[in-house]
Design a protein around this ligand. Structure first.
Ligand code: SF4
Ligand code: SF4
Ligand code: SF4
Length: 167
C-alpha cells in the first residue's frame, strides 16, 4: 500500500531510462534500489571535488563525464547518509567502460589521439594497423572514469556498462 509513491516515482524515471540509462554516481545500488534509497538530498553532488555529479531527472544524481573525470575519491559515497551509494554492497565502483563510436575522427581519415593522452590508466592504444591509427580501448584496464569523454573533440566517446558486452 505504501509502495504506491515509490512505484509511481520509479515509473516516471524508468520511462525515460528506457531511452538512455542515467549514469549514477560510483558505488550506486542497482537502479531500483538506488531510486528507493536516494532522497535526492544532493549531498553527493555538493561533495564531489571534481564537479562531475549533477542533478538529473527527478533530482536524482547523475555522473556527467563531459564535465571531467571521476577520481574515485569516495567523497560522494561517504556523504550519502541513506546509503544509496554504498561501497560495502558492491565489488567495484561501477561496471562502466569507454566506447569510441562512429564519429571518431581517425575513422574518417583524420589523425587524433586526444583520448589516449587524457587516460590516467593508459587504457587507450593506437595500433599501427591502419593508415590513420584507430583507438583501441583495453576494457580490462578501463575504469570508466570518463577522463577521455570530455576531451574528445567530436563527442565520440560514451560510457557503457561492461555487462552489456559479456561474452
Ligand atoms: S568518487 Fe569523487 S570524483 Fe568520483 S563522483 Fe564521487 S566525489 Fe566525484
Ligand atoms: S579523442 Fe575522440 S576523435 Fe580523437 S581518437 Fe579519441 S575517440 Fe577518436
Ligand atoms: S574511461 Fe578513463 S580509464 Fe577508460 S579509457 Fe577513458 S580515460 Fe581511460
Amino acid at each position: 500500500m505504501s509502495a504506491a509513491p515509490d512505484s509511481s516515482r520509479r515509473a516516471l524515471l524508468f520511462g525515460r531510462r528506457a531511452a538512455v540509462a542515467p549514469l549514477r554516481p560510483p558505488w550506486a545500488l542497482d537502479e531500483n534500489d538506488f531510486i528507493d534509497a536516494c532522497t535526492t538530498c544532493d549531498a553527493c553532488v555538493q561533495k564531489c571535488p571534481e564537479r562531475v555529479l549533477v542533478r538529473g531527472a527527478g533530482g536524482y544524481p547523475v555522473f556527467d563525464p563531459g564535465l571531467g573525470e571521476c577520481t574515485f575519491c569516495g567523497e560522494c559515497e561517504s556523504a550519502c547518509e541513506p546509503r544509496a551509494l554504498d561501497r560495502t554492497r558492491r565489488d567495484d565502483a561501477w561496471s562502466l567502460r569507454a566506447v569510441a563510436g562512429d564519429a571518431c575522427l581517425p575513422r574518417h581519415g583524420v589523425v587524433c589521439s586526444s583520448c589516449r593522452d587524457a587516460c590516467p590508466e593508459r587504457a587507450i592504444a593506437f595500433p599501427l594497423t591502419t593508415r590513420v591509427p584507430l583507438p583501441a580501448i583495453d576494457t580490462a584496464h578501463c575504469t570508466g572514469c570518463g577522463a577521455c569523454v570530455g576531451v574528445c573533440p567530436v563527442d565520440a566517446i560514451s560510457l557503457a556498462a561492461r555487462a552489456t558486452e559479456a561474452a
